[in-house]
Design a protein around this ligand. Structure first.
Ligand code: BJW
Length: 224
């Protein structure tokens, strides 16, 4: 049965909590593009650099606080009488720290470590090091539990089900440049679902309605 709300968030949701977006002018990390550090190939080429990138991101996320947009989405999920599916491309835990439940992290989580040998997962230490052994199998092939370019995003079946039971699709703070998330709006329209974009600046993708402004203003105003 339809009636739910599907909310897809991106880096713009956490920008006002002090976490950088990827494709803004300030989106470079030590002069590297995200495409150069967030790939399996980069991890093979220079694992220490990739671990440094994610250790830095963990440190930044630990210092960040949820902003008014995270809190508004958590409140909407708690108070709405139909399901509110929070699907995020973000790897921080600011929605959870704002009180949200069941956040679907399609690109993984900074808080997780993953064994490339046996696939087991465990909480990542604040600083992962190259060659840290996997607690389950002992292999020294541990990595951040993050979906890099060329890898299949997590929870795709759940995401598809959530979309099919929704009648409103809302994209918050995402540039719509990275697939498959970039295709969710089009999928929603094909299913006859109304689409809304909340972004600092319209992304250029087609939506039924667009509201421009910082997430900390436009999200609470929409939820109210
Ligand atoms: C504000 C704001 C404020 C600012 N308030 N708003 C050619 C064609 C089509 C596809 C491909 C292709 N070549 C390769 C691909 C596939 C590839 C892809 O899409 N590449 C594109 C670059 C072309 N995708 C993949 O490889 C994915 N896997 C895949 O496709 O597998 C195949 C498959 C899928 C499904 C089923 C079966 C098979 C994997 C993608 C993994 C993405 N990983 C990253 C990094 C890891 C996570 C991390 O380290 O954090 O994820 S890349 C990076 O981009 C990160 C983000 O989650 C993702 C999206 O970025 P986001 O969130 O939109 O951020 P920005 O910076 O782009 O935009 C910020 C927005 O906020 C802007 O709009 C601002 O206006 C706004 N904003 N301040 C409100 N205050």
């Amino acid at each position: 049965m339809r009636g739910g709300i599907f909310i897809l968030s991106g880096a713009g949701l956490s920008a006002e909590s002090g976490l950088r977006t990827f494709r803004a002018a300030d989106g470079l990390w030590e002069d590297h593009r995200v495409e150069d550090v967030a790939t399996p190939e980069a991890f093979v080429r220079d694992p220490a650099q990739v671990q440094r990138f994610y250790n830095m991101r963990r440190a930044q996320a630990a210092l960040a606080e949820p902003n008014a947009a995270h809190r508004a989405l958590a409140r909407l999920q708690a108070e709405h009488d139909r399901p509110v599916h929070l699907v995020t491309q973000n790897v921080d835990d600011l929605l959870e720290r704002a009180g949200a439940r069941e956040v679907i992290h399609m690109h993984g989580a900074l808080a997780g470590a993953l064994c490339a040998a046996c696939g087991s997962r465990w909480p990542a230490p604040a600083a992962m090091a190259v060659g840290d052994p996997c607690p389950s199998c002992g292999a020294a092939r541990t990595r951040p539990d993050i979906v890099w370019f060329g890898e299949i995003p997590y929870h795709m079946d759940r995401i598809e089900e959530a979309l099919e039971e929704s009648d409103l699709f809302v994209a918050v703070g995402t540039s719509g440049t990275v697939y498959p998330a970039a295709g969710f709006g089009r999928m929603a329209r094909a299913l006859g679902i109304r689409t809304l974009e909340l972004n600092l600046e319209a992304s250029g993708a087609r939506f039924d309605e667009q509201r421009e402004g910082p997430a900390s203003a436009v999200v609470p105003a929409w939820v109210a």
